[in-house]
Design a protein around this ligand. Structure first.
Ligand SMILES: *Cc1c(COP(=O)(O)O)cnc(C)c1O
Length: 382
């Protein structure tokens, strides 16, 4: 069977050029970047070249790039590490996170509350999943250690106005973290303009390898290490560097930046035809997330009278790889907290579907999907 991959928000295939850049690192440049001999220096050179490459691509000259094992670790280091550092520095013990954060942020915030004595408040979002700025202003005081708001949402595609949110946070002297793991693939990130103080990215969402990411933070911020040990990454993140992964992530980000400029309009057009096609051909269907301020590749829906997991199993059997929303929710029968936060009824929220496009998506993929979906939904309802 011809299988069609429509789940680029879960992960992307590794770019062949990225793999080509990684192979010689695996083969020859195997040294430990912390070793002082020739082999160590060669590996360190590759890591530092990657670091300055990423800083350049993201216009991040006033930031440090900290290499991590991926988006989840970057989110953990940003939220837990900064919350603890800010509490020690100035006694701030409250955390504000939006209601539509990735579990890597939401679960960390809950842990900080339940195990580490922080207070945590959830910032309400509007029906499209954007943070309500007045809510932020109302809840923001100097006792807040850190605010975390997702940039481009993985489940519903909504893009938050990070520069405006940053301005509000900074007016109270509070740091802002943004999870840009999805956004890094689809938006031109310019960290000077973005305004956030800490930014998480993960390579496998933009055709890079799995298990590598970065936390990009303003130079003056010193998060408490979440992995303690050696002196790597300025003493903030111990552990021998994933040198091939770091090199691969940098090539992937460069390639994706080029690809985005050339292909962005095509993906947006494909996305909009898909959204229109689904809404027209499936009765009782609703788009979730923002109609226009959404990631270029992202289409997400809820269907009345449908079990989302059942739908995606049937689509899988028909050759379409899609998601019910978040890769972390497979097998979980409770409705998504993100969809509930939009005010979607909990029964309806169980009927969610996420279709995310990417570099290898074609009009034919979208057409074939639209040929199959309506009949399948009718059959599952009956
Ligand atoms: C995928 C994802 C993460 C987690 O990243 P990993 O590299 O898989 O740990 C965090 N936040 C968002 C928005 C994501 O899409």
């Amino acid at each position: 069977m011809d299988r069609i991959y429509l789940d680029y928000a879960a992960t992307t295939p590794l770019d062949a050029e990225v793999l080509n850049a990684m192979i010689p690192v695996y083969r020859e440049n195997f040294g430990n970047p912390s070793s002082s001999h020739f082999f160590g220096q060669a590996a360190e050179g590759a890591v530092e070249q990657a670091r300055s490459g990423i800083a350049k691509l993201l216009n991040a000259k006033n930031f440090d790039i900290l290499f991590t094992s991926g988006g989840s670790e970057s989110d953990n280091l940003a939220l837990r590490g900064t919350a603890m550092a800010e509490r020690r520095k100035r006694g701030a013990n409250r955390i504000l996170v939006s209601a539509v954060e990735h579990p890597a942020i939401l679960a960390t915030a809950k842990q900080l509350r339940d195990e580490f004595g922080f207070e945590f408040e959830i910032l309400r979002v509007d029906k499209f999943g954007q943070v309500i700025l007045e809510e932020l202003e109302k809840n923001l005081t100097e006792s807040v250690a850190i605010v975390s708001v997702i940039h481009g949402n993985n489940e519903i595609g909504t893009v938050n106005p990070i520069p405006e949110i940053a301005e509000i946070c900074h007016s109270k002297g509070v740091l802002l973290h943004t999870d840009a793991v999805q956004a890094a693939a689809h938006l031109d990130l310019d960290l000077e303009q973005l305004g956030a103080d800490l930014v998480s990215i993960g390579a496998h969402k933009f055709y890079g390898p799995k298990g590598v990411g970065a936390l990009i933070k303003r130079k003056e911020i010193k998060p408490l290490p979440q992995i303690s040990g050696g002196k790597q990454e300025g003493g903030i993140r111990a552990g021998t560097h994933n040198v091939p992964g770091i090199v691969g992530m940098t090539v992937a980000l460069r390639r994706q930046t080029e690809f985005r400029a050339a292909e962005y309009q095509n993906i947006v057009q494909l996305r909009d035809r898909l959204i229109e096609g689904v809404l027209q051909s499936v009765s009782g269907s609703t788009l979730t997330g923002h109609p226009t301020k959404r990631l270029a590749n992202h289409a997400s829906f809820v269907f009345e009278g449908i079990n989302g997991n059942e739908l995606l199993i049937n689509l899988d059997m028909a050759g379409f790889a899609v998601s019910s929303g978040s890769a972390c929710k497979v097998g979980n029968p409770s409705p998504s907290e993100v969809l509930l936060a939009l005010g979607i009824d909990s029964n309806l929220a169980l009927g969610s579907l996420r279709v995310t496009l990417g570099r290898f998506s074609t009009q034919e993929h979208a057409d074939r999907f639209l040929e199959v979906l309506p009949g399948m939904v009718t059959r599952l309802r009956g």
